[in-house]
Design a protein around this ligand. Structure first.
Ligand code: URA
Length: 259
């Protein structure tokens, strides 16, 4: 990456405006490789130098990719008057102006959400053309019935007549299963199980593409991932290979019976 002006770098990579950045520089809050810089016109190379603001390292990459383990009570939006948004889970020093959650989980669903400022990648991930598979651990109110497997594989018709694409599923325990969706209709998992005469008590998204949520990432925690991990999100693995990986990764989650 070529050299760029320090004030532009900070305004692009943080929530602050160019004027706010100038004020912070004046206060001596910004350092390049440990040396306080007050001149907004100072040129820096973000790949070679460590830039800190208020002691916190500012991420130098063009785009940022964060995997969140969304807790209940947060919505996947950039702002909301009523509810907390997943952006509030991103620490200050990693926040950027154009950040957004790529994809949605309901307020009461938990698990993997990608937050990024890379619009092009998000478009690829969300485009129906790419059919990026998403995996959910589903906890039902009543026992999972074997007949569900065929109904899901045939494609469920929702109560309003909407036809769903075939869904792969595996029963894990009496009231638990893992499902893999290749599309994202509104409240789809909940509505599919309602059509089958059951009720979803809890949904935890555990993987997107071939990227499995780190099982030790605490609820509300974040993990920075890089382009190679993101490529995993765009790559589909076989359902059985993903089931093995997910079951292994989430064995203690399942034993602890969190939901
Ligand atoms: N399907 C749902 O019903 N809810 C979600 O949050 C995700 C998929």
């Amino acid at each position: 990456m070529a050299e760029i002006r320090l004030d532009k770098f900070l305004a692009d990579r943080t929530k602050y405006s160019r004027n706010e950045v100038k004020a912070l520089l004046k206060k001596g809050a910004v350092r390049a490789d440990g040396i306080i810089i007050t001149d907004p016109k100072q040129k820096i190379n973000p790949e070679m130098q460590e830039i800190t603001l208020g002691g916190k390292k500012i991420h130098g990459g063009e785009h940022i990719y964060l995997i969140l383990n969304k807790p209940e009570g947060y919505i996947c939006a950039t702002e909301d008057k009523q509810h907390k948004t997943v952006l509030e889970l991103v620490p200050e020093e990693l926040r950027r102006k154009d950040m957004f959650p790529a994809g949605r989980l309901d307020i009461d669903s938990t698990g993997l959400v990608l937050v990024t400022d890379d619009g092009e990648l998000a478009h690829q991930m969300l485009s129906p053309k790419h059919h990026v598979p998403k995996y959910y651990l589903v906890t039902l109110a009543r026992p999972f019935e074997e007949s569900y497997l065929q109904s899901l594989a045939d494609g469920i018709t929702l109560s309003d007549g909407t036809a769903c694409l075939p869904v792969q599923a595996r029963q894990i325990s009496e009231k638990r299963c893992l499902v893999c969706l290749h599309e994202g209709k509104y409240h789809q998992v909940k509505r599919m199980f309602a059509s089958l005469g059951n009720h979803v008590e809890h949904l935890h998204r555990v993987a997107v593409g071939s990227l499995v949520l780190a099982p030790d990432l605490p609820s509300g925690g974040h993990l920075e991932v890089f382009h190679k991990d993101i490529l995993k999100m765009l790559k589909a693995e076989s359902f059985s290979a993903m089931c093995e990986q997910i079951m292994l990764a989430f064995s203690s989650y399942l034993i602890n019976d969190r939901h």
